[in-house]
Design a protein around this ligand. Structure first.
Ligand SMILES: O=C(O)CCC(=O)C(=O)O
Ligand SMILES: [Fe+2]
Length: 282
């Protein structure tokens, strides 16, 4: 493993205090990010051809890799789901998931850990304008992912995120709450299912206790998020989808994860309430 540290002491301290840390320009755009954007462009093209859609696109560039996508989902929203499921299988994306720097960051932030990649815990979100069904409610990552209590989300945008696109909102410092009980149904949004339906017990009061930040990021930036920090999707009120990558790492050494055998949550077909009945507020 690389002996040079990736983080300064000040950055590590900021992460330990806030539960969230932004590393500007962390990835090499040409090497790490552009091949993923190019493959998404090609897959959108394959779906346009397959359904013989009357959509004409400019040639690929990293700035317009999603050209045609909004027209495509306007014709049929299910074409978007086809693309969403496909793109997490892009080899360049899987290479990014497994980059050694992710393991090294974990080791620097979690002393004595043995880092692990959360199976089924990586993907590429497409937050479409004015679409609420797949917006993440205020949540902690742990109930939605399980694996281990002290995991990290590595979040990185594929587009320049503007205020109108609804950047992710965080409550710095809220990881000190520890795991918070959740309701397994969202009464206000009955269309939400699985991890999307979880809602925090006593959400209103919890959210008042902390300041909220919603940092703007650009491709190449990395946001590291503690599995216990409160965060939520913003509302995309722009005219472009907000494309972003999520990778999740956990720690084989952490006792709660060990006790349930590092089980996954909804995406692994597991009923979270069976593993942690004490965290179910229903
Ligand atoms: O990108 C979003 O809107 C939410 C991301 C999130 O909750 C996560 O990456 O864990
Ligand atoms: Fe999350």
């Amino acid at each position: 493993m690389n002996q040079d540290k990736l983080l300064t002491d000040a950055q590590a301290a900021e992460f330990h205090s806030n539960g969230v840390l932004i590393l500007k320009g962390f990835y090499d755009l040409e090497r790490d990010i552009c091949p993923i954007q190019q493959a998404i462009y090609e897959i959108i093209g394959l779906v346009i051809s397959k359904y013989e859609l009357p959509i004409v696109r400019p040639d690929f560039s990293p700035k317009n890799f999603d050209a045609g996508f909004l027209q495509l989902i306007a014709i049929n929203r299910s074409y978007g789901a086809e693309i969403y499921d496909a793109i997490k299988q892009i080899p360049a994306f899987i290479r990014l998931v497994a980059l050694q720097v992710h393991e090294q960051l974990f080791l620097e932030l979690r002393t004595g850990s043995m880092p692990a990649v959360a199976a089924g815990g990586f993907g590429i979100r497409i937050d479409n304008p004015n679409e609420d069904r797949f917006r993440a409610n205020w949540h902690q990552e742990y109930p939605a992912q399980l694996r281990s209590l002290d995991g990290l989300v590595y979040w990185s945008p594929l587009v320049t995120v503007t205020e109108e696109m609804g950047p992710v909102e965080f409550c710095p410092g809220s990881q000190v709450e520890g795991p918070i009980p959740v309701f397994t149904q969202d009464k206000n949004n009955p269309e939400k299912v699985g991890a999307y339906s979880l809602t925090l017990k006593d959400e209103v009061n919890l959210l008042k206790k902390y300041t909220h930040v919603n940092p703007l990021t650009v491709p190449g930036d990395l946001v590291i998020v503690d599995f216990l920090v409160l965060h939520a999707s913003g509302h995309n009120r722009s005219k472009r989808s907000r494309w972003s990558m999520q990778l999740r790492y956990f720690n084989f050494m952490e006792p709660t994860g060990q006790s349930h055998g590092w089980k996954g949550s909804y995406a692994a077909g597991i009923d979270f309430s069976q593993i942690h009945p004490e965290l179910c507020a229903d």
